[in-house]
Design a binder for this molecule. Sequence first.
Ligand code: AMP
Length: 409
Amino acid sequence: MRFDQFALDDRLLAALTALDYQTPTPVQAEAIPALLDGRDVMAGAQTGTGKTAAFLLPMLQRLLTTPANKQPRALVLAPTRELAQQVASNARQLAANTELKITAVYGGTNLGPQIDLVKPGVDLLVATPGRLLDLIGKRVISLKQVAMVVFDEADRILDLGFKEEIRQVRSQLPKQRQTALFSATFDDSMFEFSKRVLTEPLRLQLNERNSTAAKIEQKLYVIDAERKAEFVAHLIAKQQWPQLIAFTRTKIGADELASALCANGINAASIHGDKTQSARDKVLAEFKQGQLCALIATDVAARGIDIQGLDVVINYDLPYIAEDYVHRIGRCGRAGREGLALSLLCPGEEYLLEEIEAVIGDRLGQQWYPGFEPDLTKEPLDDPRNSRAAQKRRAKKRGRGGRTGNRRG
Ligand code: AMP
């Protein structure tokens, strides 16, 4: 299959050639023709599969073939500023040979400059939900001309508590429109949501539900919490990884790990929600230019980040939301590259592992790393979520029997 087999404008095809996108990825092959036909689409495609271009190309095609208006005719909703910036930047690359105006608006920055950005007119608006409502409230944006809407990383938009914002955004959208939902993971609440926003959609599930990328090798080491930073520093030095992302659960944890790695002579920096947007942009730019070895991030900050050629992701802390595991490890092995996802499990956190294994439908073999074996004489971490009652509740929620027992031995 080739891109020129789709009914795409020559200017878009030329941009694809310039970007060296030679053949459509599976999600592109399935979603592009349906979206060009005007159908609603719900696509469960894992991160790194080319889902952004899968919705942007039909969107740009529609913009090129319908009359311009000062107000946006296409809207992409994204959960985080980083993803909004990235989608807009990808859209600008694809629309490089056109006059289309593409703007990203997101929270965490002053409203004033963003009002100035959208005032001259926008064809494609990429927005986080809260900031979009701010601009609608100021009457600088109207959604009345929007003919196509995409919810990108739709599950996370809902997870992040944007339900009310989404309801308000939907109430502003024309009833007659094309809508698509894209997400790496789909749970039951997403299906419920899809029933409300989509009309007779084409449902595409390109991988098993919530599967992890096949080319990513997944390893899991059991290690004591207080030795984790030392272990990561050891691995970076030993394996000579040029670059990696490590995920922590907390902002403080991200800062602490970055400091510990720096103290070991490793060029590391953290990004999280307490940093200003300009600080986050700077760290990301340095990482993308290869000036930083280790990017330490919380889940929200790292959402949607596309780093070309990243081979290693470390789950320094296992995520509390099991689906985040899929998103995290999707940062490496993108567009068919091989990747390594390494997770650190502290004794007492097995309940988090069980949830991850339930989501990915696979078991992750637990290993000990020579010299960093856990001290089994110590009490495991005391976490209320690890109580038998909590485990049972979660197992019930998943609709399956919980696994118990110590699998470390
Ligand atoms: P995404 O899943 O949209 O974040 O895309 C992951 C990466 O794949 C991005 O770096 C894209 O630029 C790249 N990509 C998307 N589509 C193609 C394609 N057809 N051929 C080669 N690379 C692609």
